[in-house]
Design a protein around this ligand. Structure first.
Ligand SMILES: *[C@@H]1O[C@H](CO)[C@@H](O)[C@H](O)[C@H]1NC(C)=O
Ligand SMILES: *[C@@H]1O[C@H](CO)[C@@H](O)[C@H](O)[C@H]1NC(C)=O
Length: 228
């Protein structure tokens, strides 16, 4: 092996190694309860940690997920997230949770979680769910996978892929989802593209979507409800 190919091999291995560690890092201690006040705190990963001597059971507790979110909005859905921002004990643990409520025909619109895979369990109602692949190859490019879910059904949305859930039933629907990050993030496609602040240059969007600039301006002038 020449020196050049050796260096190249090392570089490729470094990239693969960092890719294989693209999700939240494993915790290096039992817990690291997040604390706002950085005085007398220890920084590990994610947030500053509370002094373990000051930690109690309430740091790992959050009530209220029995309550339905308010679905009286133009999407007819509401996401109630439980993550490190409202349950400090999740810090460094690589996991979080969401309750998703749907009015009849309510939609959780196409979105992605940049840092998490999602596993969703349907408790009530009927959901049409799906995700779209990235463009890995000629036969799989942007392939759509969909399924109709009934109570008790579970569906997985792989990390980073655009996905949606639509209540196709005549009754409310309720789902709970586990996410493989303490802070999964959410990018709602319509909001990010047409509701960015400040707006994306309309020449960019007209060309990207191959539509008239007037249509772009119309879309940009809409109010894009955020159900999170
Ligand atoms: C639900 O949201 C709607 C629209 O924002 C609001 O008018 C209504 O009062 C809310 N309902 C509850 C129970 O909070
Ligand atoms: C941190 O401070 C913000 C703003 O004061 C507050 O809203 C939030 O609940 C606090 N988070 C924790 C984990 O204490």
């Amino acid at each position: 092996m020449t020196f050049k190919s050796f260096v190249l091999t090392i570089a490729i291995m470094a990239v693969l190694f960092s890719l294989s560690h693209a999700s939240d890092p494993s915790p290096l201690q039992d817990f690291c309860v997040a604390v706002n006040d950085s005085k007398n705190a220890v920084f590990v990963n994610g947030k500053f940690c509370k002094n373990p001597m000051d930690v109690n059971a309430d740091d790992f507790f959050r009530p209220g997920l029995n309550l339905a979110g308010n679905t009286s909005n133009q999407l007819g859905s509401a996401v109630t997230a439980v993550n490190v921002n409202n349950l400090a004990g999740l810090n460094t643990l690589g996991i979080s949770l969401a309750r998703i409520d749907f009015a009849p025909y309510g939609l959780n619109p196409p979105h992605t979680h940049p840092r998490a895979t999602e596993v969703l369990a349907l408790f009530e109602g009927t959901l049409y769910v799906g995700f779209v692949l990235s463009n890995p190859g000629p036969n799989m490019k942007n392939k759509l996978f969909t399924k109709i879910l009934h109570p008790g059904d579970v569906f997985v949305f792989p990390v980073g892929l655009i996905h949606f859930q639509f209540n196709v039933g005549k009754t409310d629907a309720v789902a709970f989802a586990g996410l493989s990050s303490q802070n999964p993030g959410v990018i709602t496609i319509a909001n990010a593209v047409f509701g960015s602040d400040p707006p994306i240059n309309d020449d960019v969007l007209a060309k990207a979507f191959q539509i008239d600039k007037k249509v772009v301006d119309y879309l940009q002038s809409q109010f894009w409800w955020d159900n999170n």
